[in-house]
Design a protein around this ligand. Structure first.
Ligand code: NAD
Ligand code: IPM
Ligand code: MN
Length: 373
């Protein structure tokens, strides 16, 4: 029996809507398998800025630190391309959690369901057999740059004799590369034993170092095959032959962009879950942060229209990686796949389905299936 403590950080926009469904699923797991989860709910993002003056308060951070796992919704409240001028930014909550808890490996599985092939932008014959796992480096790289810089901090825009300019730096230490690459090889050893390391070594020094480290780590894993791939070619191959990939390991920003692209193989960005892990262990697994890959989707917020599957599958990853509850995680994944196969769809994956359902109904059907199975 598990007695885990989970801190829930619903955040902004559709974050609270999809998180509520993930929590309902965890509640059903608790009941069915007789676990006791202690849940603390706290504010992050714009919600926290408005109520507490900062994107994540020290108090909330402390609560997180004393948990076995964190379930995160989404932060940010503005449509893509728009930014708030001055003051704290919602996304800083994520950067603080990732950096201070040392979550350097962000796992993003991409496994299109056969019943959803029609919802994808690709032809079904290209999707067959696709089952890949991105291991996105999450605590360094272009997001953090020089050690003193803070992601998204406007002070990096400066006035010089040449005019106004802005600078971002892509810095990796050997150790930062090695720990995430090792994680990728270890995971691949338990899958199809293939690693694709994605970089831009024809241009970037950090990628040249990245390749050197990959070669060294690969030598310790003779049963795992590996290849280097340039990031632009990878963007193309993901669409051309997605089934060729197994584990993909890459730099922070490359991983951010490629996973949004890869989400289209599953039919919607609303389908993808993620797990952010570091070195800290819990009683039965790893301490981790679990969140859907999508953002706060301001265009859908408050309308019961968001797909809760990415959040629910993130809860499954939480059960597996932080609580060591493999059977429960698999049951949640089965319930999601079953409900979708039966034709229950939110509008983003609803092509060809006559009556699409809302966020709450989708969650309710998944909970029902879980209870019956
Ligand atoms: P977004 O992921 O919020 O939305 C992109 C598109 O996908 C929109 O058309 C939206 O309607 C759709 N979409 C997103 N989630 C969906 C879901 N669950 N079901 C169905 N459709 C869904 O990205 P954006 O619009 O570029 O960013 C909006 C805000 O979210 C920004 O402030 C951004 O910084 C933030 N953001 C936060 C996170 C996070 O908290 N981890 C991730 C990405 C973006
Ligand atoms: C993600 C998001 C974040 C990122 C944003 C909100 C800072 O896009 O988790 O994929 O870029 O890491
Ligand atoms: Mn992203």
């Amino acid at each position: 029996m598990s007695n885990a403590t989970i801190t829930v950080l619903p955040g902004d926009g559709v974050g609270p809507e999809v998180t509520a469904q993930a929590l309902a699923v965890l509640g059903a797991v608790e009941e069915k398998y007789r676990h006791t989860f202690t849940v603390h709910e706290r504010r992050v993002g714009l919600d926290a800025i408005e109520a507490e003056g900062t994107a994540i308060s020290d108090d909330t951070f402390e609560t997180c630190a004393h948990s076995d796992a964190l379930l995160f919704g989404a932060v940010g409240s503005l449509p893509a391309g728009q930014t708030r001028s001055g003051g704290p930014r919602p996304e800083q909550a994520l950067f603080r959690l990732r950096k201070e808890f040392g979550f350097f490996a962000n796992l993003r599985p991409v496994r299109p369901f056969e019943s959803l092939y029609a919802a994808s932008s690709l032809k079904p014959e290209h999707l067959k057999g696709t089952d890949m796992l991105f291991v996105r480096e999450l605590s360094a790289g272009l997001y953090y740059g020089r050690l003193e810089s803070v992601p998204g901090k406007p002070s990096e825009i400066r006035r010089t004799a040449r005019g106004t300019e802005a600078v971002d730096t892509l810095l990796y230490t050997e150790e930062e590369i090695e720990r995430v690459v090792r994680a990728a090889f270890e995971i691949a050893a338990g899958r199809e034993r293939k690693v694709t390391s994605v970089d831009k070594a024809n241009v970037l020094s950090s990628s040249v170092l990245w390749r050197e480290v990959v070669e060294r780590v690969a030598a310790d894993h003779p049963t795992v095959t590996f290849e280097h791939m340039l990031v632009d070619a990878c963007a193309m191959r993901l669409i051309r032959t997605p089934a060729d990939f197994d584990v993909i390991v890459t730099e922070n920003l490359f991983g951010d962009i490629l996973t949004d692209e890869a989400s289209m193989l599953t039919g919607s960005i609303g389908m993808l879950p993620s797990a952010s892990l570091g070195a800290r262990r819990t009683e039965s697994g790893m301490f981790g942060l679990y969140e859907p890959v999508h953002g706060s989707a301001p265009d859908l917020a408050g309308q019961d229209r968001a797909n809760p599957v990415g959040a629910i599958l993130s809860a499954a990853l939480l059960l597996r990686h932080s609580l060591g509850l493999e059977q429960e995680a698999a049951a949640v994944e089965e319930a999601v796949e079953y409900v979708i196969r039966e034709g229950c769809r939110t509008e983003d994956i609803g092509e060809g389905v006559h009556a699409v359902v809302g966020t709450r109904e989708m969650g309710r059907r998944i909970v029902d299936r879980l209870r019956q199975s």
